[in-house]
Design a protein around this ligand. Structure first.
Ligand SMILES: Cc1cc2nc3c(=O)[nH]c(=O)nc-3n(C[C@H](O)[C@H](O)[C@H](O)COP(=O)(O)OP(=O)(O)OC[C@H]3O[C@@H](n4cnc5c(N)ncnc54)[C@H](O)[C@@H]3O)c2cc1C
Length: 419
């Protein structure tokens, strides 16, 4: 016998012996964002469907790419000096109206989340703005009326689902899948039955089987998975039943729209002393060639496109605005997207360090925080001066600490300001 063949055969045996057996699910949901978690929660809590799943023999599984669930709903807790502030990196508020005529005047009518939080999950909500344009929009709050983070409703559904037998797998990015079916399949749920098995392959080398598959993914990753499945000819059982290629027929080409949020923490929330508790502000400064390459230094001034009402603040005592207010917290210095100002989003390219989590944390000494502070003071200088809150010509002797762009870890007092 040729020795090469023997060694090859041994290698294959070893590889097979070390592979984990596939995870067995009745239904596999890919994507642990709000939609994926809601689907699981709904199926497991609704008496009409819950009996279809059995934690031991026919479980419902969620496979999530990252180390956390919630997707683009991402609330960061325990922030600020006293670790009692929440920062919303993604979604943060919704229309609280259940009135089908939407008489509250929200621009976006969102009855599903409004009913879910109020009637099913019994979460407390409060007006999103203290006073302002976004009438009817609400945020989830805790028993003290403080911002609890929008992620709370996803966490509630996840906890209930796990108690009801959901198997949740983080760090399981679905790469592609294969379908074996006893007969040709319709794409929609027309009631046709066939013996179907989805064989799922994950980026971490693990695999799973399921008789039902729900892709609760954003369009771009969904396209990647479906393209890979098509390459494998896994979608063949669906092909003839609709007469066309399902990948190109029911999904269009995804377009990525970048969003940037930049929060700056101050131990003294000076904008509240100026009476600024809601509304938008901006300052564009000098436009330059920033973000041309990810590592080129910025020659552009940092664009401000902020909102006073988006950052979480807490105040000592009953006075929460005006000259006597004593508050601390976050100001949202910029919240922009390609849909608003592409060049402003590009300014932040150089500071975006990771996709998972899609946030970066900067210290008070970092350029971005120093620049954000400088621009915020520049934008508010006349008001600060007339309120006697700005120390002009002061040497910045004591380093101030702030934090920006997503996750903050701020402490201390902003230099140049006096209380
Ligand atoms: C900056 C920002 C602000 C927003 N503000 C609001 C708001 O105020 N109110 C509001 O209602 N909505 C808001 N939204 C929209 C809201 O966040 C989304 O509508 C919601 O998160 C969509 O949920 P989803 O489950 O469909 O998708 P996602 O939240 O995107 O979740 C998809 C999940 O799939 C995972 N995933 C991706 N690829 C794979 C793979 N191959 N395998 C396994 N898992 C995978 C992702 O990691 C993610 O966890 C905002 C969004 C952003 C970005």
């Amino acid at each position: 016998m040729n020795w090469r063949v023997v060694s090859c055969a041994l290698f294959i045996i070893a590889a097979n012996a070390s592979a984990d057996p596939p995870i067995k699910c009745k239904l596999a949901i890919a994507g642990g964002g709000p939609a994926g978690v809601y689907s699981a929660w709904r199926l497991l809590t609704d008496p009409a469907t819950s009996s279809n799943y059995n934690a031991k023999t026919a479980p419902l599984c969620i496979f999530e790419r990252s180390s956390r669930f919630g997707g683009r709903t991402f609330s960061i807790r325990n922030q600020g000096t006293k670790k009692d502030l929440v920062v919303e990196l993604g979604a943060y508020r919704f229309c609280g109206s259940l009135d089908p005529h939407n008489t509250t005047g929200c621009e976006m009518y969102m009855p599903l989340i409004a009913s879910l939080t109020k009637n099913a999950l019994k979460l407390r909500v409060a007006s999103y703005e203290e006073k302002g344009d976004e009438d009817g929009m609400v945020k989830i709050v805790d028993d003290e009326g403080q911002n609890a983070g929008l992620l709370t409703y996803v966490e509630r559904m996840m906890n209930t689902s796990i108690a009801l037998g959901l198997q949740y797998y983080s760090l399981h990015q679905l790469d592609d899948f294969d379908v074996t079916a006893s007969s040709e399949l319709p794409l929609s749920n027309s009631g046709a039955t066939a013996n179907v098995t989805f064989n799922l392959n994950f980026a971490n080398g693990k695999s799973a089987t399921a008789s039902e598959l729900l892709l609760n993914l954003p369009l771009q990753p969904a396209m990647r998975v479906l393209q890979a499945a098509r390459t494998r000819k896994a979608l063949k059982p669906y092909g003839k039943s609709i007469g066309v290629d399902p990948v190109s027929s029911f999904l269009h080409v995804p377009m990525v729209v970048r969003h940037v949020k930049l929060y700056v923490h101050y131990d003294w929330a000076w904008w509240r002393n100026l009476g600024l508790t809601f509304g938008n502000f901006n300052l564009y400064g000098q436009q330059g060639r920033c973000g041309v390459t990810p590592i080129s230094p910025c020659t552009q001034e940092m664009p401000l496109e902020g909102r006073y009402h988006d950052g979480h603040t807490r105040c000592e005592g009953a006075v929460d605005r005006g000259p006597n207010a004593d508050c601390r917290g976050f100001i949202e210095a910029t919240y922009t997207s390609d849909g608003v100002h592409t060049s402003n989003v590009s300014f932040f390219n150089a500071f975006s360090t990771a996709m998972d989590p899609p946030a970066a944390d900067f210290d008070g000494d970092d350029f971005l925080v120093t620049e954000a502070h400088r621009m915020l003071i520049l934008r508010h200088r006349p008001l600060l001066e007339s309120a006697g809150l700005l120390r002009t010509r002061q040497r910045l002797s004591q380093p101030w600490r702030g934090s920006a762009c997503g996750i903050p870890k701020a402490r201390g007092l902003a230099q140049g300001l006096t209380r």
